[in-house]
Structure formats: C-alpha cells, structure tokens
Design a protein around this ligand. Sequence first.
Ligand SMILES: [Cu+2]
Length: 511
Amino acid sequence: MLLWTTYVMANPDGLFERQVIGINGQFPPPAINVTFNDTLVINVVNQLSEPMRTASEWDLLYCIHGHHRGHYVDGLRAPLIVHNPLVPQAAQGSGGGISVDFQPEWGGARAPVWVDQPTEQHRVPGKTYRLRIINMSALAMFHFYIDGHEVEIIEVDGVDVEWKTVKTFPDLGRSTNETLMNYYVHGEMDPVMFDRVPEDLVLSVRGKIVYNASETAPMAPVETVVAWPSFDDGAELVPTVPVETTTRVDRQFVVKATFQLMEDYVNRALFNEVPYVAPKVPSLFTALSMGSLANMSEVYGKHSNPMVVPFGAWVEIVIDNDDLGTHPFHLHGHVFQVVERTTDGLFDPSSGGGGGYPYFETTNPLRRDTVVVPAGTSAAIRFRALNPGVWFFHCHIEWHLEAGLAMTLIEAPEEMPRVLRVDPAHYEHCRVLGIPFQGNAAGSAGLDMRGMNVGPGLLERKFRAKGIVALMFSVLAAVMGLATVVWYAHEDEAEMTEQARQARLQKARQE
Ligand SMILES: [Cu+2]
C-alpha cells in the first residue's frame, strides 16, 4: 500500500478552511481495510515540508497515526480495520464506522464533528449492526449513545470481550419492524479536561439512524443524560479468550504522572518528575549499537524516561495519576493486562499484597492497549516481555504527550541485534535529517552522557537554589527571594495554567 502524505485545505469543523494533513490528497484520511493474517506493508511518501513519524496500533479496530510534533492533530490519523473472515458478515452489519473528533485549538473551533462517516446511516430494523468507534480527538473524551437502542460492547482495543450491555431502555427496546421512527446517535463531548469551557462551545454532535426514509418519518424522543454513569472496564469486561497470566512479576516500575510548572515557566507533564525529551540518538539505535551496555538504563539518558526489561520477564507498570485530570495511558507494541486499579488514592507499597491493593482479577484480566486512569488513582498493567524493541509509553492526549508525559520501554535489548533488521533507508533518513544513529543518548561511547538532551528542571528547585545563594550574600536579598516565592505561591493557579497554555500556543505558532 502506498500512501502519499500531502497538505490539503479542509474545513474540518465547519468554521473556516485551514491547512491539514491528508493522504493521497484526501481529508480526512480514508480508513485502511485489511483481512486477518494479511501482512500490511505501508510505504509512505512524505510530501510535507517537514519530517514525519508514524506509529500504528493493530486492533481489530485500530488507529494509525503520527505523533511527531502534533501531526496527529493536523489530521495524520486514520482508522485501520482488520476484518476477520471467521466473523459472519451479518454480525459485521454493513460495517458502519464512526470517528468523533474535536479540535479545541483549531483556531476557535467550537463544535465536535463526525469525521469519516455520513451523519445519516440507513439501517434495516431488527438487524444487529457492528459500529466501530474511534475517538480521534486530541484532548476531549466523548460519551456515545443511541436513542432508543441497546448498545453492547463486544470488542475493546482489538480484544473480543463477552457482550456487555451498557445501555438499555426497555420502554423503547431494540429497533423493531413496528417502529419506523428514526433515531439520533449522540456524541457528547465531556468538557472535564478543559481548564475553561468557552461559553459558545457546542458539546454535542448528532448523527441519525434512518429506518424510514420518508420525509415525514418521526424522530424518536431525544434522550438526555444528566449524569454519566461510571464504568470500570477492567471490572466489567471479560475477554472471550483467556491468555497466560502470572501472580509474580520480575520487574515492577512505579511511575507517577504529574503536571508541574518548570523553571522555564511552562507547565509540563512529568513521569517521576522528568518531562520526556527525545534523546539525540533515537533509543532504538542506542540499543542496537551499545553492545553489552544496552541493558543499562543510563545509556538511554534520564530524560527519555527509560524502562529496560530483559526478554521473557513479566513486567508490571503501576501508574499513579497524581494529577487533577483523567489520563489515557497507552503502550505501543503490546496488549497488556489491566490487573489492578484503585478507586481512591495512589499506589501504596506498604499496604502489602501483590501491588499494594487487592487484585480484582488475575485469571482472565481485561487486555487493552490503553488504560484510563482517573485523577488521584492508580492502575497496574502487566505484560510479558516477548517483543524486542523500543516502545513508547505515553498519555494518549496529544497535548499531554507534547508536554512530556511519556516514557520509553526498552524491551529485550540483548535480543535486538539478532531479531531486528533496520531498513537502510532509516539510516539514510537520519543522515539527511542530521540525526546521529550510534552511541548512547548523547551520541557518545560508554557512559559519557555529556551533551545529552535535557529538559527544564522543576521551578521549585530553582527557587530553592536561588534562596541558598541569596542567604549567602545578604539577608535583605533573601527576604526578597522569599517574597518572590510567596508571590508565586499566591498567584491564581488557573491563571498560571492559562499562562502556560498561552505560552504553549505561542511556541506552537512559532515552530
Ligand atoms: Cu494526559
């Protein structure tokens, strides 16, 4: 398959035309349809005026997308549908697919949009249809429902699960031959992620299911939801096919996600106090060129937040979300098991038990490639390290990723030289782009990390250092230093977040 990425003018949210990224001149990029067991080779010709990187997620329903410099938000993403010939076509329905999108930073966009589907879908009453839903937004969560219909979850992130009814309205029931009304499909944007909700923001988008094409056909009553019920996917969804599990892990990483104001006065996202900064040498090339040192996390540089694991190890990542917002954490190259989740409070290693809190499931845990961790809670995920490579672990909110909420999993570096073959074109790309492809994160030999890419330090540390210097010179200066600290401490937090947002926008515009 050959894809040409090109700039296209489009009007994604109906407000005005802007430049976006299209595929083969088309926007939004069309879905890629393949069949189970197919080998998919995608040759990408980059006709943009800037470099591009993509990652793909293989699901029965997946999303192929680029993360480089927020290209995702500019349109470099498309559904990837893996059809299984063993699933009867009747159950597949006529293959409707819905992607919901919303771009709050697209120059004042004020409404979500259905991306790649006619908003009117003609359907036969009484049949069961498979809907594929992707939230392609860069920030907001969406709630999805259909007036007057039961909805069942049958697959998440490419894992088939026992059918789970999540919405039922017994008064209206399933569509039947008696009811030839038409129904709204709702995508309701949840503004919980926004620092401030603009007054003119439209939170709802509607599509229509048409059973009766007559112009006078009535619309079914519109249902409104006052409070969204909570849904714990890990507790509610059960995979139809269990896989190997463990009660003992070989490597455990406890990672804490926070947002903090840094010494450059930009609000950044951190794992264990470090915002991700890409190393000079891409970590994969470090792993392939460092020989026996490749299993030391130091060579990948502290600022790429490396987690190094040997082949075959059972790995557990405990994710502490110590932020006020909900974050969807995503791991490339794996379908992991969601084995633990706190409902209130962070991971507590002192309270005993496997991960410090009760397992809700160990024999057949839910498997996903993205786990949502609500504010102030923890989740633990597990997988076995059987896929040598360098895999990104990051918040799937594109802005948070750009702000640094990412880590790298260096999996089985001792196996990589044997099993990984790097296409010579990759080295050629590096040469053209001036990216070194040998040595440690700093591009040097051994553990000499001088000159490696680093991120900004924490603002509070800067003040601490400042305070010490001030005390050494004069009491007056120290008092002034303290006054500065107090002033900063009293500044309205929301205002600072807004400042940080503006700074980010400014920076994005400059780039
Ligand atoms: Cu996030």
